[in-house]
Design a protein around this ligand. Sequence first.
Ligand code: TRP
Length: 354
Amino acid sequence: MKIPAKKVIIIRMKNKEIKDKKHIILTGDRPTGPLHLGHYVGSLRQRVKLQHQCKQFIIIADNQALTDNAANPEKVRRNIIEVALDYLAVGINPNASTIFIQSLVPELAELTMYYLNLVTVSRLQRNPTVKDEIKQRRFSASIPAGFLCYPVSQAADITAFKADLVPVGQDQLPMVEQTVEIVRSFNRLYRANMFVEPKALLSETPRLPGTDAKTKMSKSAGNVISLNDTPDVVREKVKKMYTDPKHIHAEDPGNVKGNPVFSYLDAFDPDKQKLKAMKEHYQRGGLGDTVVKQRLLEVLLAELNPIRARREEFKKDPGYIMDILKKGSETARLVAAKTLSEARKAMGIDYFSL
Ligand code: TRP
């Protein structure tokens, strides 16, 4: 996938700019399944770090999930709570972050309507992530219009909160780029400067390969390790992971590049010294895949076990989760409503306050 990064300013976690300013963050996920390691290293870990120093809004994008699940609202409904459980389990703190449900903030749909007039159909068709997804879902000539337009609704999600920072994985850069374009069009057309151009915040691991190394980790490709997988399931998945196909005997020299076992170790192994030695040994020859996979399993379980334990605890109290989502959505709605009234004013369509 080619990423057109020309208009998006990308910053990394270590950037000084992050510390120096009080940022507003908006990011989130579609509730179509439990979250996985790709989400964790791409965005969740950063949210946990940033939540105390920034004002953070986290959207569970149920309307966006419906754009390719219209026949399956039950799946979306069920996964809202799964995603919320994942958030709490990884350490997102509802007192520090506002977690909310997209459809409970109807102002986002209103803003989307206004933005749709600022975007051409051909521009929508050029979005590389949407293009990939259309292929993957085999929509060919029957692309749901809502699906093609979801980047516009994502622009509404980001700007309704005046977020200036969007922590995302690599695949979401085209969405931030389209948001920047929409902000520029709106501000120019209505001679306003109420919207800020958001920047993308990429993690150290903006793209985690799937266990088959074929694509990024993605549920639809069936190559994920989920945050709620049991240790047995994780063990099985690690055992079956793709490595270097030319590394047949332990004595053979092996490739660490393009080898997802090492990509995961890069993302998760806290002992970088040991990892460096392991890589050298693997490349020299004499280190078997089973040994490397054993280390990976150890490292993954150390990270996932406490997450799963916390998840189990929260799962016992669905009322508490619903309460967080309800309160979060109320808070989010107040913020979005204020932006919408400013936007209507900027556009000169605030009819009854003239
Ligand atoms: N598109 C994101 C995903 O695939 C979800 C999302 C919706 C989002 N609105 C957003 C992400 C705004 C960042 C900012 O999971």
